[in-house]
Design a protein around this ligand. Sequence first.
Ligand SMILES: Cc1cc2nc3c(=O)[nH]c(=O)nc-3n(C[C@H](O)[C@H](O)[C@H](O)COP(=O)(O)OP(=O)(O)OC[C@H]3O[C@@H](n4cnc5c(N)ncnc54)[C@H](O)[C@@H]3O)c2cc1C
Length: 400
Amino acid sequence: MDFSESDRVKNVRGIIREFMAKEIYPLEPEFRSKSFAEMLPKLREARARAKQTGLFAAHLPEALGGGGLSLTEFAHMSEELGRSPFAHYVFNVQAPDVGNMEILIEHGTPEQKARFLEPLVRGDIRSCFTMTEPEFAGSNPVWMGTTAKKDGDDYVLDGHKWFASAADGASFAICMAVTNPEAETYARASMILVPTDTPGFEHVSNISVMGHRGSDYATHCEISYQHCRVPQSNLLGGEGMGFLIAQHRLGPGRIHHTMRWIGICERALDIMCRHAATRELAPGKPLGSRQMVQQWIAESRAEIHGARLMVLHAAWKIEREGASSAREEIALIKFTVARTMQRVLDRAIQALGALGMTDDTPLAFWWAHERAARIYDGADEVHIASVAKRILRGYGIKVS
Ligand SMILES: Cc1cc2nc3c(=O)[nH]c(=O)nc-3n(C[C@H](O)[C@H](O)[C@H](O)COP(=O)(O)OP(=O)(O)OC[C@H]3O[C@@H](n4cnc5c(N)ncnc54)[C@H](O)[C@@H]3O)c2cc1C
């Protein structure tokens, strides 16, 4: 494995660092005191300037209006962007739109691409992904209550979803619904495109998460499908392909998320080190002169370094052998990086003392918003169990 960064990666990192310094970091204080909706005019202006870098929607091929980066190249960009809470949005590489773009590219018909994908890539609209249901354990995704029944040329959807991120203001949802209840377990559900202005698509509420309901993109929403009728031509891929499509989406999406988390770790470590170097416990005695603080810094550095290498290795394997042969690596990085991020954020907040609890730095924002990293994208325990079962199979133990 080659550990050197290609010229292209160096160039991308350089462009993004310069952009962050000029366009993103100066907006942060305002971002921390205003709602996302209030920030939209400025974020749109920043988006217009991001387009000029050639890295808008950089994960997509140039022919589709993207920046043409490979998975590994985009991983490096995602790390740089992760250093600020809204930089992914500015470059139109934010979840869940990135994943939805990839689904539409792989499985969309020409009509679906023209109507849903093209405006999404341009950043003219946003989307959401509705799979999880309050009444059913998301950790067992094959068990769900939402149905899509055929009626004439249409599907009629009924069901209750929640934690649909960014659904407030989204133009369409991808809905996971049971279309073939009699089929074998993994062939029962399908993904269906639902414009959010369809009668029967109800945005019930922005869920209050850690004291914040959020607004616009920065939301997690409760959604109700009530006799929501869409044409059968809104089906993605084939009937019963819902889980297969979800699996395909998983590998690259995991690389994007975890490298964003590494970016958060790097920023937190930077904030911690700056504080350790400048905060004096007594005249001439900076915080960084204390061994306990030095330990936080060194341990964070080691953990971030290890986590980054794991993610880059997983991306390398996906690119060479495909996501299914990198299943174990994809599961490993989920819980490893989520935990690393939580530990590094915790140390940074502790090192800053009361300042760490304020909104003068992004640490408190991430502490509140990224605790969920151990839950979304599959709870850590599910990934831990799947890795352990795989290992134990090699020892002749079959655990169900
Ligand atoms: C911030 C955030 C954003 C999200 N965005 C979206 C979105 O855009 N679209 C969407 O469809 N969903 C989204 N989700 C939902 C997410 O995918 C689910 O929360 C996740 O899959 C877990 O499902 P659950 O919440 O139903 O927990 P449950 O399945 O009820 O599990 C509860 C807990 O049980 C434990 N557990 C579960 N299985 C096992 C096991 N096998 N062994 C041991 N312990 C176990 C875990 O600790 C888990 O946290 C989001 C969630 C959050 C928090």
